[in-house]
Design a protein around this ligand. Sequence first.
Ligand SMILES: [Zn+2]
Length: 171
Amino acid sequence: MQQLSLFPSTEEPRDSAAIAYLSSDALLQDGSAVSLEKQKRSDPLLLSIWLRLARTWFPARDDLANYELQWSPRRQKRTLASVSLERNRVFVARELNYPKHHHWLDPLLFHEMCHAYLRSEYHDRRFFEYERRHPGIKPFDIWIDEGGWLSAIRSDRAKRWHTEKARANSA
Ligand SMILES: [Zn+2]
């Protein structure tokens, strides 16, 4: 059976990362279980990327598995993503929820994961030392600098506007 993959950067099928994490890696070194209630409320795509990143880059930090990953409910202008260290929650701008942008989720979520790992919201030297280990960060920063994010916002607005219009016309 041939599978159509929209996300070449995500090598595993959507849910396998989450399942693997739940079944084998959810125990801490000392045997205590990690609460995974946050996962249940998460978007499956965002969660699977998040868990793969956690396993790859911070395998000793099982607590990173207990995060809620969501698309932002509102439109964004400046914020591509944000993390709440109190609520264990990450929001990603819904403007990036198009297949052509999905390969940026890897470096973007890695950025937020560095905040979660360090338990710090600051962009200090220590933060950048961790962040720059991911090979996708530099191309992602260039994409933003060169206006990629702005054009993502514009094309999302246009798309939503056309959808609204089509709905109005068919009503
Ligand atoms: Zn940040």
